[in-house]
Design a protein around this ligand. Structure first.
Ligand code: OAD
Length: 377
């Protein structure tokens, strides 16, 4: 683990770091040059906690849901599909609902950055609320894809009570609005829905960052995926991820720490002299049993995660078939619902001519949009 497969020639010297390595990042922080650290997170920082990510080939939610009768696995997070058949989403919600998972050491590292007054802003795509659970102050968090913290009717927008929501989710039942009987959905952002206004109000903070840390995300969902590119070219960016993603590794001050993010974060904490404090904070928060469970080696965790996802997929499959019998006989969304998908995104995109196509997509898109994969890429 360390600096790997950078696209920058070795002869190109970094501008702000002494070299492209974690010890050099630690020196940069210790010298006081990093006072506005912006952290960007995705599902990969929660896999050690037992929550599957979306796109990992074996254990990712989408790869597993692909075997089901969904038009696309992402349909579980699509509004037209939800309107037609909300049950699969609520089956997943039951298992993914915040409260039963514990923060990883990566979450606690972000909290430590805040304690030390270095965290400028955290942007997370996760809906598991584990950053809050780790103690990151709420005013330093942008939950870019929303969260399970609140919910409302998709028709009349009336908020729905938290306690009733918790009861419904715990039984994987679909809640209905107390006013108009419409479907209730948590305020998590589905595909082609707008991101929360806070995301747009605060994304300038990525431009003002003096250090960007990216952890556990495939950077395939826009506009979040464009955040690392908002920072000035010479600002150091560090990627803690299983593989290289986005434009990370293409700039002279990019450091790639490929592999498990908890391992990478521990290495950075070592170099900073924060390791003992970090481990102690984490164990105090999650308890020794959970800490040891998370530490029990990634292969065992992979097996646990695989079992968990298989169970989830089995449960979703069951409700899809129940739906087949009890409703219209089809688990796919109606043609009207499918037709509804595309225009929503198209009407809400504003395009500025002056920027490159990819940056345009990243920065200008206001709705949750997945990057289109070019086959063979
Ligand atoms: P993805 O599943 O797309 O990507 C997770 C990334 O984390 C992948 O690159 C994995 O290789 C990596 N990863 C997994 N475990 C890791 C670990 N222990 N250490 C380091 N890296 C690890 O998840 P996101 O990028 O978060 O939208 O997905 C973005 C959005 O797509 C989500 O917010 C979700 C989904 O549709 C909503 O829920 C609204």
């Amino acid at each position: 683990m360390g600096q790997e497969v950078s696209a920058v020639p070795e002869t190109t010297k970094p501008e702000n770091l002494s070299e492209r390595s974690l010890p050099a990042v630690a020196d940069y922080i210790k010298s006081g040059k990093a006072r506005k650290v912006v952290v960007l997170t995705g599902a990969g920082i929660s896999t050690a906690a037992g929550i599957p990510d979306f796109r990992s080939p074996e254990t990712g939610l989408y790869a597993n849901l692909a075997a089901l009768e969904l038009e696309e696995p992402e349909d579980v997070f699509s509004l037209p599909f939800f309107k037609e058949n909300p049950k699969p989403f609520y089956v997943l919600a039951k298992d993914l609902y915040p409260g039963k998972f514990h923060p990883t050491i990566s979450h606690v590292f972000i909290s430590l950055l805040a304690t030390k007054g270095l965290l400028y802003q955290l942007f997370t795509q996760n809906i598991d609320c584990l950053e809050r659970a780790a103690g990151v102050p709420a005013d330093l968090i942008v939950e870019a894809h929303g969260s399970f913290a609140s919910q409302r009717c998709i028709d009349c927008k009336t908020p729905y009570p938290d306690d009733k929501m918790r009861e419904h989710v715990s039984r994987a039942e679909v809640p209905h609005c107390e006013k108009c009987n419409g479907l209730v959905k948590p305020d998590i952002v589905f595909f082609h829905e707008n991101l929360p206004s806070l995301f747009f109000d605060r994304r300038h903070m990525a431009e003002e960052a003096d250090l960007i840390l990216v952890l556990g995300t495939s950077l395939t969902v826009h506009p979040f995926a464009g955040l690392p590119d908002l920072a000035p070219f010479e600002v150091p960016r560090v990627l803690f991820n299983m593989e290289r993603v986005g434009s990370l590794g293409s700039q002279p001050d990019d450091v790639l720490v490929l592999g498990d993010c908890d391992t990478g974060v521990r290495q950075l904490a070592n170099a900073l002299g924060w390791r003992e404090e970090l481990e102690a904070e984490w164990r105090k928060l999650v308890g020794d049993e959970e800490a040891d469970r998370q530490l029990e080696g990634s292969s065992k965790r992979q097996v646990e995660l695989h079992d968990e996802v298989s169970q989830l997929v089995h449960d979703v499959d069951k409700v899809l078939h129940v739906h087949d019998v009890s409703s219209s006989g089809s688990s796919s969304p109606s043609p009207e619902a499918v037709a509804e998908k595309e225009p929503i995104a198209a009407t809400q995109q504003e395009v500025q001519q002056s920027e490159s196509a990819s940056v345009k997509e990243s920065v200008e898109t206001t709705t949750l949009t997945e990057e289109v994969k070019v086959s063979g890429a």
